[in-house]
Design a protein around this ligand. Structure first.
Ligand code: AR6
Length: 178
């Protein structure tokens, strides 16, 4: 695993980083899971900004990412990305999940954010198998870090113990060349 990548367990809304990533949906108008938690913690200013973006650009396609302010969150900004809904793996899900990570990292690099925190995109309501998603997240982030100076630190924030253990396990396998 890349030395600028860290895996932690916790609540992404509480992380003291420059920017946190939201696992949003294409409407950008909020939802459950981490999206709901981020909107609750950020307050109404975030939803107002998302509504404006939704109206001006018609939301956010799967695999892409948009930037907003962070309302009451400790972070300075939020990147909203849309992961794929799992439909069995034959609908381009892996490429779309990698794009969600890549486009979020690209946006963070463009804005020179030093630190960014990601949730495990698509692994909740969207049903992406956690182990497969962990492999893609770790590989995509590591490759990006090899090629870019920004962001300087990436945190993968696992909400539950099971995800945390799985991500740790996969990062160790990657270190072993597996
Ligand atoms: N901090 C970190 N991770 C969290 C938190 C939190 N506070 N809360 C949940 N997770 P999900 P998706 C984890 O369902 O699968 C929404 O309705 C959770 O355990 O939030 O991409 C959107 O509007 C899981 O591992 O996102 C979309 O409609 C991971 O975050 C849809 O859900 C992602 O789970 C997106 O589904």
């Amino acid at each position: 695993m890349h030395s600028r990548l860290r895996i932690i367990q916790g609540d992404i809304t509480r992380q003291q980083v420059d920017v946190i990533v939201n696992a949003a949906n294409s409407s950008l108008l909020g939802g459950g899971g981490v999206d709901g938690a981020i909107h609750r913690a950020a307050g109404p200013a975030l939803l107002a900004e998302c509504r404006q973006l939704a109206a001006s650009r018609g939301g956010c396609p799967t695999g892409e990412a948009v930037l907003t302010g962070a309302g009451n969150l400790p972070a300075r900004a939020v990147i909203h990305t849309v992961g794929p809904v799992w439909r069995g793996g034959g609908q381009g899900e892996a490429e779309l999940l990698a794009s969600a990570y890549n486009n979020s990292l690209q946006l963070a690099a463009e804005h020179r954010f030093a630190t960014i925190a990601f949730p495990a995109i698509s692994t909740g309501i969207y049903g992406y198998p956690k182990a497969a998603a962990a492999t893609i997240a770790l590989r995509t982030i590591s490759q990006f870090l090899q090629q870019h100076d920004y962001p300087q630190q990436v945190w993968l924030v696992c909400f539950d113990e099971e995800s945390y253990r799985l991500y740790r396990q996969h990062s160790e396998q990657a270190d072993d060349g597996g």
